[in-house]
Design a protein around this ligand. Structure first.
Ligand code: FAD
Length: 434
């Protein structure tokens, strides 16, 4: 097989790859210079849709509806767009070997790709229960959700197990979004997680208390402080029940696991500098290897605002880091310079009629504000995080676009917090004044 050679190769065909491709086009990449190599079978899409409208019985999202860049209000890049721009979209192709010294990638079928400049955008993979040696974790109808094929399998199971029972393992945002989607499909849902409350890496006890009560009111059973230790199966190897560490046994026709991800860096082990589990980059997403960039979930980059190296597994950063890397590549070629990446962390989630946004850093003391009653007709409440006398993070449920902008500004400006009591009383008004 003849080698294929490109000036630029993006390895991975997810969110970062799609936004990078758009930036390449904006920068005037020439026909034939850029290739995207992806093991997925479809052009880059907005991955967050998979745990939301993709699973809904009504108003269902399907491709081509959510190809990038619609998630941020941009143009929808259909496969034809890549053809028009002369960008090779090499799908269904898993790269199994990367030799950064000879600038070569080799696929599972033995194809060889040469590049001058590489952007690593391989994202994350899910952590599996079999990684912890949980018994029976290879039974059918135990699902993970990362790529569209995973979502298709889950949709099939939801149809096949109409009015059945599901157990969701994990209380992070994937667990919360999937529990809601399953419930909307009339499945009887239980959630199990070891922590004292859901989304413990972000939510305060006050915030979590709202979401847990809201879910309970929707009929979702929440079991905390324990973990799944084994699965019982029928003669077809389909999951039938889940054994919990506390001795309980839960019936389940479907199990969905959302216990976190791991950056896909293994192809590059020993060839590139890593930090905090990701590929170390500078503020232009350049790695320790010349002509190699890393963006999105895999990059550990300098978070200028906090003067610290961080890795971020969220869609907004995937989009922005990709754009920054491509701008940096073109600026370098033209002998220009651009500003270093100056990222304000931003995460969001949506489930049922709820929608929250978080900006900044969730460190220090916290102040809850607003109406956190799960039964009140409109939910508007939030939290501020205060460190060294400054407000460094802000969370808001049910905000309008203007209110969300206001909390983003607070997190960026970091205004002083004169008194925590005053912050609690002022609530959103504090943010809207900044
Ligand atoms: P990805 O989008 O994961 O893309 C990586 C790509 O690389 C994939 O196409 C993969 O197939 C490909 N790849 C990997 N290895 C190879 C290889 N060896 N050869 C070829 N191709 C390869 N974030 C939010 O902020 N809000 C949300 O609501 C939200 N919801 C989410 C819901 C789900 C179900 C998931 C899975 C994630 C969600 N995220 C959300 C996180 C967000 O989607 C990711 O942070 C983002 O997709 C990261 O972009 P990326 O390009 O780095 O990686």
């Amino acid at each position: 097989m003849a080698d294929k050679a490109f000036k630029y190769v993006i390895l991975g065909g997810g969110v970062a790859a799609g936004y990078a491709a758009r930036e390449f086009a904006n920068q005037g990449v020439n026909l034939g210079e850029l290739a995207i190599i992806s093991k997925e079978t479809v052009a880059p899409y907005e991955r967050p849709a998979l745990s939301k409208a993709y699973l809904f019985p009504e108003g269902t999202a399907r491709l081509p509806g959510f190809h990038v860049c619609v998630g941020s209000g941009g143009e929808r890049l259909l496969p034809e767009w890549y053809t028009e721009k002369g960008i090779s979209l090499i799908l269904n192709t898993e790269v199994v070997k990367a030799d950064l010294a000879s600038k070569t990638l080799i696929s599972a079928t033995g194809e060889t790709f040469k590049y001058q400049i590489l952007i690593i955008a391989t994202g994350s993979t899910v952590i599996r229960l079999s990684d912890f040696g949980v018994k029976g974790a290879d039974a059918t109808n135990i699902f993970y959700l990362r790529e569209i094929d995973d979502a298709d399998k889950l949709v099939e199971a939801i149809k096949a197990k109409k009015n059945g029972k599901a157990l969701v393992v994990g209380g992070g945002y994937i667990g919360l979004e999937l529990s809601a989607a399953l419930k909307i499909n009339n499945i009887d849902v239980s959630m199990v997680y070891p922590e004292p409350w859901c989304m413990p890496r972000l939510f305060t006890a006050d915030l979590a208390s709202f979401y847990e009560s809201y879910y309970a009111n929707k009929g979702i059973k929440i079991i905390k402080g324990t973990v799944a230790t084994g699965f019982g199966t029928n003669e077809d190897m389909e999951v039938m029940d889940v054994k919990l560490k506390d001795g309980r046994v839960m019936e389940a026709d479907i199990v969905v696991v959302g216990v976190g991800g791991r950056p896909m860096t293994k192809l590059f082990k020993g060839q590139i500098e890593e930090e905090k589990g990701g590929i170390k980059t500078d503020g232009f997403f350049k790695t320790s290897v010349p002509d190699v960039y890393a963006v999105g979930d895999v990059a550990t980059f300098p978070m200028k605002l906090y003067d610290e190296m961080r890795r971020v597994e969220h869609v907004d950063h995937a989009r922005k880091s990709a754009e920054q890397a491509v701008k940096a590549i073109f600026a370098r070629e033209q002998g220009n310079s651009i500003d270093e990446y100056d990222y304000l962390p931003y995460f969001y989630s949506r489930a049922f009629d709820l929608s929250w946004q978080f900006y900044g850093d969730n460190v220090g003391e916290t102040v809850f504000f607003g109406d956190g009653s799960p039964t009140s007709p409109n939910h508007k409440f939030g939290s501020y995080w205060i460190k060294d006398g400054k407000v460094v993070g802000a969370f808001l449920e049910g905000g309008t676009p203007e209110e969300n902008k206001a909390i983003a500004k607070v997190a960026r400006v970091q205004p002083p917090a004169l008194s925590l009591d005053l912050l609690a009383t002022e609530g959103l008004t504090f943010a809207c004044k900044i």
